[in-house]
Design a protein around this ligand. Structure first.
Ligand SMILES: Cc1ncc(COP(=O)(O)O)c(C=O)c1O
Length: 464
């Protein structure tokens, strides 16, 4: 393994200095990649290059329109190839993000009130709430250490076969980083005639995905992911699934671009993907995502995975040796089952305060709270029902000061050993009770800020 490999120079914004509490500036460390990622420099270059050639696609007759139509179609091919398929049988539908992709599928999927969709307790709200609106949702339990409980999945399958229409699970957790056995789950779902959706928002940037699996029974029916977690934050994500499915259902959102012909009283829908992309699409966002995928393919997942595993092991090892830290992922799990996403708490120090000190005193960006996975985080923290009720009452009366949560570290391709050294140095100080600021909490948001902090964000960016 090459321990010194660094991909940092490929990204925008590296080496940028940010203000901290003592009035000095310090190089920013970004450990919040599960939320969003910086763009590749080359994505920015290509977006600039393409913007000179860009025009609205489809029915335009000008050179720029024709070129944009062709490039947009080519982007679909690149994205299909990224998950091991092509556009013969599958449709790549551009949306704005994973949330929109899952909502779209939930609206298109033929479900009635008595049908069951199986999710897991580790889902992001974006792969839970859209299904609650359409069907009965049953949740696969997680084990004590937060991994998906395959025995419980089998119990659900046995109990509800015939009524389960879809199994919709995440490829990897945005809280603990656990990778789910998606093809094994697919095989079991198909065995009872259900289809499967994989929310690959976290998995796609880090591991190679093959929609086909090793055999037909293991294939993935639908897959979603989002460009802003794939180093292309230009408002573009995808929903991928069989053309046959999309061609056989009416579109959820209708208007320009979705039809073959409209008369005064008749509408003939176009084929997928056009019928599923109402209005003017985000062509530049689609191009950005495809460029990013090309860069990732050029680096290769073997090297991406190797880099992340080396850093993750280093991070785990250092965290293990830091006092007063409780980690909420299985530290012994092999990195075949784990992304570089690690959540923890420092004994007795509020998660939001830890995140604030990291930011205001050390220039390190992390995230804290429940990460849009409230049930999962409360389960990991073993918060009982009564306490959940109490927290609910407090939150609903605009007091988030006591909300349980975790601090999350999430690695991206741009991170280095130095980033981790800086983090560990800071965590050691924090866990020793050392801090410079006097932190005041905003009860409504549950966030902390040091007294007297007066850096004005508008000084760092102006619109003109
Ligand atoms: C596992 C998972 N699913 C879905 C989403 C939602 O993604 P987006 O914000 O792109 O809609 C996220 C975002 O954090 C996520 O981590």
């Amino acid at each position: 393994m090459d321990y010194n490999r660094s991909y940092k120079s490929l990204f925008m914004g590296q080496g940028i200095k940010v203000p901290i509490i003592n009035g000095k500036f310090i190089e920013y460390v970004d450990l919040d990649n599960a939320a969003t990622t910086p763009p590749f420099k080359k994505v920015m270059d290509k977006v600039n290059e393409f913007s000179s050639l860009y025009s609205n696609i489809h029915r335009g007759s000008g050179f720029k329109s024709n070129l944009s139509t062709e490039i947009y179609g080519e982007a679909r091919k690149i994205i299909a190839g990224f998950v091991g398929t092509d556009l013969t049988d599958n449709s790549v539908i551009f949306v704005k993000n994973s949330t929109e992709a899952i909502n779209k599928l939930a609206k298109l999927y033929n479900l009635n009130d008595n049908d069951i969709v199986v999710c897991s307790q580790m889902e992001h709200h974006s792969n839970d709430l859209p299904w609650r609106k359409k069907a009965i949702v049953k949740y696969i339990n997680v084990t004590d250490n937060g991994e998906i409980d395959m025995n419980h999945f089998m119990n659900l399958i046995e109990s509800y076969k015939g009524r389960i229409k879809l199994v919709s699970v995440t490829g990897a957790s945005n809280v603990t980083g656990y990778i789910n056995p998606i093809h094994e789950i697919a095989k079991i779902a198909h065995g009872i005639g259900a289809k499967i959706l994989i929310d690959a928002s976290q998995l796609a940037p880090h591991r190679k995905i093959n929609i086909k699996g090793m055999q037909d029974s293991e294939h993935i029916d639908f897959i979603v992911f989002t460009g802003h977690k794939l180093y292309a934050p230009f408002g573009s994500g995808v929903l991928i699934g069989s053309k046959e499915f999309f061609n056989n259902v009416d579109p959820d959102c209708v208007g320009g671009g979705t039809v073959k012909i409209v008369t005064e009283n008749e509408v003939y829908w176009d084929e997928t993907p056009e019928k599923n992309e109402a209005g003017t699409p985000n062509v530049i966002g689609a191009v950005a995502l495809a460029v990013s995928i090309k860069i990732i393919q050029n680096i290769g997942f073997e090297r991406i995975q190797e880099h992340e595993i080396v850093l993750s092991e280093y991070l785990f090892d250092k965290l293990r040796k830091t006092d007063n830290i409780e980690i909420y992922s299985d530290m012994n799990a092999s990195f075949d089952r784990h992304l570089g996403v690690i959540s923890f708490n420092i004994n007795d120090i509020n998660h939001s305060l830890v995140a604030a000190i990291l930011s205001y005193e050390y220039g390190i960006g992390v995230r804290s709270g429940c990460f849009c996975a409230h049930p999962y985080v409360l389960k990991l923290l073993r918060v009982d029902r009564n306490a959940v009720e109490r927290h609910k009452e407090n939150i609903l009366s605009n007091n988030k000061s006591q909300v349980p949560g975790l601090v999350r570290l999430s690695l991206g391709l741009q991170n280095t050993h130095e980033d981790i050294d800086r983090l560990i140095y800071a965590l050691k100080k924090i866990s020793n009770g050392e801090r410079f600021g006097n932190y005041i909490i905003d009860k409504k948001t549950g966030t902390y800020m040091p007294e007297g902090w007066n850096s004005k964000y508008r000084d760092h960016f102006d619109f003109f």
